[in-house]
Design a protein around this ligand. Sequence first.
Ligand SMILES: [Zn+2]
Length: 340
Amino acid sequence: MLSTIVFAAIFVGLLLASVVLWALFLRLGLRWAKVPDVTTRRVVAATAIVIVLQVAINLGFLFISPSSDAQTIVLGLVELVVAVVVPCAVISAVFKARFLRALQAWLPTLLAPVTTLAFALLVLRPFLYEAFVVPTNAMAPTLVGRHWKGTCPECGKPNYCSARDEQYGTADPPLMICENFHVTKASEIDKKIHAGDRFMVAKFLTPRRWDLVVFQYPEEPATLYVKRLVGLPGEKVHIQDGSVWVDGVSQTPPDSIKGIEYLSELPDWFGPDLWGSDNRPALLGNDEYFVLGDFSAQSKDSRLWEQGAPGHNPFAVPETHMKGVVTHTYWPPHRWRIHR
Ligand SMILES: [Zn+2]
């Protein structure tokens, strides 16, 4: 809830800030172009008219779909010209200035989006929110990467698997997971490649159990992973009967993931026993976390890691590697979801 309020406040705040900045830069520009009779009321009026017109025009462009590269280029040029001509014409009309003078007054307003963007990159991104896209399907169906979509033979809900570039034979259909977490061999797939989810990560939240977290992969910190946090510092984690057990107590997951069956053995894994299995329970240090993927049969998570970060358990995500908590899936729109 808090994260949604912050998310909405940031969105509205950025929008308002760019409008106010636009008006301020226009005022500077008018002074620079030596336009007479500049009043606050006129600046506000010009700003409002420009915004209304630009929103309307951009909405109009959304409905035009160019069918060739040439059309795309022409459309782009038209949009560019409109983006310059419309505000200059409005400024010219409101302040009764010649077009070239209006153009000069308009030039500084280009700094408004630059300022907003700089604020977003320098303040929002490191301290509040960052946008990510999911690369793999280890967190399916909660977060999906580039995927094929099918229908679950058990419940009829959509199911997902990673899109492959080559076809597969009848001997090796990929495993799919549906929205009720049924894992089945692919039977019908539309073979259309769908793009991965885009989601927001909050930097200001303390990670809790069952949160989706983004972190630096311990063996290779330049790579970011997203997984579900199941074990907290100091806890002893093991997986039994499909559930996560902490210090000998079975943990009840939130309703949204009730159907997940966590695996402590993988059929195609020939390495040592998995971390978190009966023979190798994971005892976390006081600054370490244990993470699992929702698609347990296909997830490279704490259970399988061999090396780990220097000075840490191989299965652990050190606290210093945590980047944030996933709060919202925002794209594509039909995948919109609040996670925390
Ligand atoms: Zn199903």
